[in-house]
Ligand binder design. Sequence first.
Ligand code: UT7
Length: 333
Amino acid sequence: MKPLKIAGIGYCVPETVITNDDLTKLYETSDEWIYSRTGIKERRVVSGNETAIDLGYNAAQKALNKSGFKPEDIDCIISAASAPPQLYPTLSCTLQTKLGIPNQVPAFDLTAACTGLIYALQVARGFIGAGIYKTILIVAADNNSKITNWEDRGTSILFGDGAGAMVVTESDDGVDDILSIDISADGSIGQMIQTNMPSQCCPLVEQADEVGTGKIIMNGKDVYKFAVSTVPAYVEKCIEKSGMKSEDIDYLIPHQANQRIIESIQNRLKYTDDKVISNIKYYGNTSAASIPIALVEGVEQGKIKLGSTAVLCGFGAGMTWGAAVIRLRKGIC
Ligand code: UT7
């Protein structure tokens, strides 16, 4: 397989902040309850006409700038989108036009919820590794706030909006930035997190008993149990596959779903706090965007030094999960 280089990474979050105290205007809850169970203090949400398209566009621009590639160098676009503003045209096709990427390149979305970034990276790796495409733009962007049931205090406390983007390309120095990567799914437990589309049958036939609401429905307890029982051991296996020892990897950059889940992975790897990147306090769960947001913000805040290695891991609806051990080259963000 041809080696892959991570050339640039960017992120974007909306300006509008909703604090835990703000949520007390919607239902009976408290900052203490939310923070102690999730580690979240606030989240960002789109407002007015702003959507995940705007966030994805800004994140992609930043990733392109850092990578040194121009829109015309991109020969494939893959977006991880599970709460996009529209099903089609896809986020990827819309961004293709907005970014000025020439029309002839393929552009498609994949849905793997909060694991979307790692799924997209695995697909991109296959394309680059096989020599099918050379330089791929990956965008992870969701406006979760638009599909959140704001009357459900069990789910709406968790989610926020945001976008991350990565430019990956065939490596020009023979070094592969993916030391190991794996993705997985178990549809038999998929009912734990659902978003069922509003729909109707043809008016000439019998109607379905239930129609979807288009909102997130989640059994938080089951998701929590699934995450802490599956993800830590899985991450350890992915590290084994990379040929590295967990202590030799510089950072853990996990999906930001719940601080207690992050800590369960941290404890398994026996990592000290300085190796674990967590910004859930300020953004909540931004689904597939949470890993690139945490990564780039970690660099901006000096928590991550580039020229290092990191293990990424994600999990979410499907149920899906995935992990990757990657190199973080200098200058990527
Ligand atoms: O990418 C994957 C995304 N999903 C996740 O990562 C979800 C993982 N799960 C979780 O983070 C936790 O399950 C939650 C934070 C969502 C919920 O915490 P929990 O400890 O599992 O609470 P619960 O749902 O079992 O509810 C316990 C109690 C209930 O009251 P009763 O029935 O015991 O009287 C709830 O009604 O807490 C109540 N409750 C709340 N109280 C105040 C639920 N939500 C709230 C709230 N504020 N926001």
